[in-house]
Ligand binder design. Structure first.
Ligand code: HPA
Length: 247
């Protein structure tokens, strides 16, 4: 039987209520994942949880072994992944505390190990990435949020920057001209690797700050944790609802 994979981002170190049955720390063909994969049951469904930044949280976005993380979740039997991550809001209506299920990606990262298709190949391999997120899983997130009365924006383009620094105001201006609505540092190559591995993938993004130059003054990094803490209950409820919808 297949599992729902949940990748937790900053401030999302564990999944409260997950009945953990196994804790796996196996090395993959691509190295060690960020931390243990917690396999268990949530809302009667099979789930595997992995914290993207490690436990305790220590791995910055550009140093995450995204290949090992996706491979470890595939080995746990995951056929779909909901990835939770903090982002900055570029679009004026995406204020701190907003939740977004983006439907497009622009990748600005560089130098990350971003593909499984690099050796042992008979021929070059390519994935279709026209629609980078799995539409059915995105719809399930939106339906779950809707039935819980939680407001979620269901369209938006996610810009993935390299980090770990935040952007300059001019860089955010460029992202906006490129059509991006939110900006984070961890969505790529995660989404593309999931596609390469044949795993349905959707993103649940929590806006924790106005992106650089979108609010007066500097970005207060300490304030992000407060927004995250205030949002994780809603995120958990939406994910629980996705599992309940499938039951
Ligand atoms: N930029 C990039 N990544 C982020 C931001 C941001 O403003 N906020 C949270 N993650």
């Amino acid at each position: 039987m297949k599992r729902l994979g949940i990748i937790g981002g900053s401030g999302f170190l564990e999944f409260e209520g997950l009945e953990v049955q196994a804790r796996r720390e196996d090395e993959t063909r691509w190295g060690m994942p960020s931390g243990p994969v917690l396999e268990g049951v949530l809302e009667g469904g099979r789930v595997a949880f992995l914290h993207r930044h490690g436990t305790p949280s220590r791995i910055p976005p550009h140093c995450i072994n995204y290949r090992a993380n996706i491979r470890a979740l595939a080995s746990a039997g995951c056929d779909r992944i909901v990835a939770v991550a903090a982002v900055g809001g570029i679009r004026a209506d995406l204020l701190p505390g907003s939740l977004v299920v983006p439907d497009q990606i622009v990748d600005y990262t560089w130098g990350r190990q971003h593909t499984f298709f690099e050796d042992d190949l008979d021929a070059p391999r390519h994935i279709d990435f026209t629609v980078p997120y799995d539409s059915a899983l995105c719809s399930a997130l939106l339906r779950s949020a809707g039935s819980a009365g939680i407001a979620v924006t269901g369209e938006g383009t996610y810009a993935c920057t390299q980090g770990p620094r935040l952007e300059s105001a001019a860089e955010v201006d460029r992202l906006e001209r490129d059509g991006c609505d939110i900006v984070g540092m961890t969505g790529m190559p995660e989404a593309a690797l999931a596609r390469e591995a044949g795993i349905a993938y959707a993103h649940l993004a929590i806006v924790v700050n106005a992106a650089a130059g979108r609010a007066p003054g500097p970005i207060r990094v300490e304030a992000m944790a407060d927004v995250l803490a205030a949002s994780t209950g809603k995120v958990r409820q939406i994910i629980r609802g996705v599992i309940a919808l499938e039951a």
